[in-house]
Write a protein of this length. Structure first.
Ligand code: FNR
Length: 358
């Protein structure tokens, strides 16, 4: 396993094709899925010379949470689809690497158990954030927030790009509508009497609005990030509503198809928030050079989604560890080759559009 793409190939060879499609797929024509990766390819790096330093500092602090590198695990559902230990294995790998895992609300291990696994591997400072779909029933939402808080999660990532579920035609063709027997969304167990954590308990909220964010701000003191804000005006509104950070994301192209690549939107979004809150980005990050391009254009950190699922499928906890180490090595040598000794040296002048060749 030398590249993220090696993990993708290995996972595809190993997985039930229905699950492999669930991971790789996106909404409708998957135009945005492809655009996310293509956007990184459309930029070139322009390194500085003779700025050598013996070692590079990759660590960073994001909303009070320490990370050994600016690469987070974006929230992905259903890890037990690809590995029997599921999110516990992922959490151990993230904690051993010292980076932040954003636990999906739709995890197949309960957040408290994931936190125990993370602390066993990374000690008391292992960092977990919790991704939340605000439920129409606010009492249930409050219970979910309490479960995440009690587990020691240090931030909430509220996904706001899913008022309804994006239409994934691969899943429809494959007849993939339900989790295999025995797999449950463990965070949703017993929210009401006798509920088993069936995936259908997760309700998308077409009525979601800024009032819900104001309500959430009232009931929790954890930092709140919004995941899935794409319009610069919404980024300004997020600041006005007291949100602590943005995770600029198009859900890996799984919600509204044909929205722009996240990298393409990054300059507008960072301009809109004007340094008042950090902007993280996910979508299509596959190489250390991708991380450097996003940070040079103003992202505080990046998230990876599909690569984590591929690595977990390929090699369980060890696979995810290897993936994170690979990306760290790529990031480190890209910084060195750019003449950067730390993340603060990554400035917009290091990036330019590819020449069209004409
Ligand atoms: C996701 N994503 C996601 N997002 C979220 O907010 N809650 C979730 O439960 C999930 N689940 C999920 C499952 C799978 C299999 C994938 C591939 C993605 C979206 C995820 O957090 C992230 O935005 C994208 O995956 C990032 O793009 P890349 O890295 O996959 O290109």
């Amino acid at each position: 396993m030398l590249t993220v793409h090696d993990f993708e190939t290995a996972a595809r060879a190993k997985l039930d094709p229905v699950f492999a499609d669930f991971i790789a797929g996106g909404a409708r024509d998957e135009i945005t899925v492809r655009a996310n990766e293509t956007a990184f390819g459309a930029l070139r790096l322009l390194p500085r010379a003779l700025r050598g330093s013996a070692a590079r500092e990759l660590g960073t602090t994001l909303l009070g949470s320490r990370a050994s590198m600016p690469i987070l695990l974006s929230p992905t559902a259903f890890h037990k689809l690809v590995d029997p230990e599921g999110e516990s294995a992922t959490a151990r790998a993230a904690a051993a690497t010292g980076t932040i895992m954003i636990v999906s609300m739709a995890s197949t291990v309960a957040v408290g158990e994931i936190a125990d696994a993370a602390r066993a591997a990374g000690g008391p400072t292992a960092q977990l954030w919790f991704q939340l779909y605000i439920q129409p029933d606010l009492e249930i939402t409050e219970t979910l927030v309490r479960r995440a808080t009690d587990a020691g999660c240090t931030a909430l990532v509220v996904t706001v790009d899913s008022p309804v579920l994006g239409a994934n035609e691969r899943n429809r063709r494959n007849g993939f509508h339900d989790l295999p027997a025995g797999l449950r969304c463990e965070n949703l167990r017993d929210l009401r009497d006798g509920e088993s954590g069936h995936v259908r308990q997760i309700v998308m909220s077409p009525e979601l609005n800024w009032g819900h964010i104001d309500w959430l701000r009232e009931i929790t003191s954890l930092p709140i990030l919004l995941k899935g804000v794409l319009h610069p005006e919404d980024a300004r509104l997020a600041v006005r509503h007291g949100v602590d950070g943005l995770l600029l994301s198009n859900h890996g192209g799984r919600q509204l198809d044909t929205v722009p690549a996240t990298l393409e939107l990054l300059p507008e979004i960072t301009a809109a928030v004007a340094g008042r809150i950090p902007v993280l980005l996910d979508g299509g990050v596959r190489r250390g050079t991708d991380v450097v391009k996003a940070l040079a254009l103003g992202a505080a950190a990046v998230g990876i989604g599909r690569p984590v699922m591929w690595a977990l499928a390929e090699g369980g906890e060890k696979g995810v560890r290897r993936l994170l180490e690979l990306l760290r090595e790529e990031l480190d040598d890209t910084l060195a080759l750019c003449g950067a000794s730390g993340l603060n040296d990554l400035t917009p002048d290091l990036v330019r559009p590819a020449w069209s060749g004409r």
